[in-house]
Design a protein around this ligand. Structure first.
Ligand SMILES: Cc1cc2nc3c(=O)[nH]c(=O)nc-3n(C[C@H](O)[C@H](O)[C@H](O)COP(=O)(O)O)c2cc1C
Length: 392
């Protein structure tokens, strides 16, 4: 499971993202004891914050949380406390890289450099620049306001790269809430960025409790826009990581909606040698890392991959532009009768959302090849996996 990022070794690809599980040195220690290979500390800022007391809400079905929203700010610890914590943790866990997440302001390099040097002197291995927090900071020209403005982002990256005393790799953490993430990343690559982390949480509003008419999260009857994380954002993160792995092609640490080892494998196939996880750990604890490692190993066994490096980036080029997709060959649905439970979902979907190509004969769906255009809606709605799409 060994992997490396910018020449730094990690025992396995699973790293804690900057989030509540890395709020204190003690939590990072416990995570390392459980098997996390590295940790991004909760973002440090010059003046520690006071958080809202109610700041989370979620989208659930039964007992599974698919989407999570937070209105949390940055670290509640002082930078100086973090410098001491990093030094102590590195003393006890020298093989577990610590990624220092920092945020300063756009008007002067002083805060960025103070934080970066403090973390570097304490023994941190990488610097992650928080250019992507979607709430609390953009109003003050920080966080996602930086990541959405290539000029600010390049200027700050340049401050750190041009500071002679700083020799840690500099990794901007990008937001997906931009029109063109490649464009931002290419500007930052020119400013000297060594790699990227993508993505942060996504600007969101989780709606109302229809009984009380209060918004979620309910902060004394009011709310504001927060950051969306967890399983629901995985496709948005996959797209961002895919784009960045293609261009500018600097190494990417993936973050966003990774809740098991199979999710991790998908990001790694795009080219990420490391994955960062936040929400899943908040919901299920540090122990999930063991299950994630087993799942990733299971995936590797399916394909007889012996090492992580056998598949990192293997599928990078399977994602292309829309224009480059082939429209010469047709897909066709094939019904596996033994798996069909006769629910009729495919017939309704094809009738009202497709091409009226499926009828029923003696309780069994029958697909009319002449009417079917191979859109795959039937295969998607089938609850029992009885309709498979094949390329003809
Ligand atoms: C409650 C909470 C607090 C977070 N705080 C930070 C932070 O201080 N700095 C940062 O860069 N990202 C922060 N994040 C974003 C996470 O690091 C991560 O990028 C994001 O949640 C997506 O990953 P996930 O779906 O695994 O949680 C936070 C996320 C959550 C849920």
């Amino acid at each position: 499971m060994n992997t490396s990022y910018l020449g730094i070794s990690f025992n396995n690809p699973f790293v804690l993202a900057s989030a509540p599980p890395t709020a204190t040195g003690d939590m990072v220690r416990r995570a390392f004891e459980e098997g996390w290979s590295g940790a991004v500390i909760k973002t440090i800022t010059r003046d520690p914050v006071k958080n809202l007391s109610n700041r989370f809400t979620s989208i659930k079905t039964n007992d599974r949380i698919w989407g999570f929203e937070n209105l949390e700010l940055l670290s509640e610890q002082t930078p100086e406390q973090w410098f001491r914590d990093i030094a102590a943790i590195k003393g006890d866990f020298p093989d577990c890289p610590i990624i220092a997440s920092i945020m300063g302001n756009t008007t002067s390099p002083d805060e960025w450099i103070y934080l970066a040097l403090g973390c570097q002197d304490a023994g941190a291995d990488l610097l992650e620049l928080n250019f992507s927090c979607p709430h609390g900071y953009p109003e003050r020209g920080r966080g996602a306001a930086i990541g959405q403005n290539p000029d600010y982002a390049a200027k700050i990256t340049g401050w750190l790269k041009n500071c002679k005393q700083i020799n840690l790799p500099v990794i901007p953490k990008l937001t997906a809430a931009v029109a063109n993430i490649r464009h931002i990343a290419e500007e930052l690559a020119m400013a000297g960025a060594d790699g990227f982390c993508a993505i942060n949480t996504i600007p969101s509003f989780f709606g109302f409790d229809l009984y009380t008419l209060n918004p979620r999260p309910d902060i004394c009857g009011m709310t504001s826009y927060g950051g969306y994380s967890g399983s629901g954002i995985k496709p948005i993160a996959l797209r961002a990581v895919s784009e960045l792995c293609q261009s500018p092609g600097l190494p990417v640490m993936a973050s966003g909606g990774i809740s098991n080892g199979f999710d991790a494998a998908e990001f790694m196939l795009l080219g990420s040698p490391l994955v960062q996880i936040g929400t899943e750990v908040m919901l299920h604890g540090f122990g999930v890392v063991r299950k994630m490692q087993r799942e990733l190993q299971e995936f590797m066994d399916w394909h007889e991959f012996k090492a992580v490096s056998d598949f990192v980036g293997l599928c990078r080029n399977k994602v292309t532009s829309f224009a480059a997709l082939s429209n010469d060959r047709q897909s066709r649905p094939i019904l596996k009768q033994e798996s069909c439970n006769g629910c009729g979902g495919c017939i309704i979907a094809c009738r009202d959302g497709g091409y009226q190509a499926i009828s029923i004969d003696n309780g069994t769906p029958v697909i009319n090849d002449k009417l079917c255009t191979g859109c795959s809606l039937c295969s998607n709605v089938c609850p029992s996996g009885a309709i498979e799409m094949i390329c003809v």
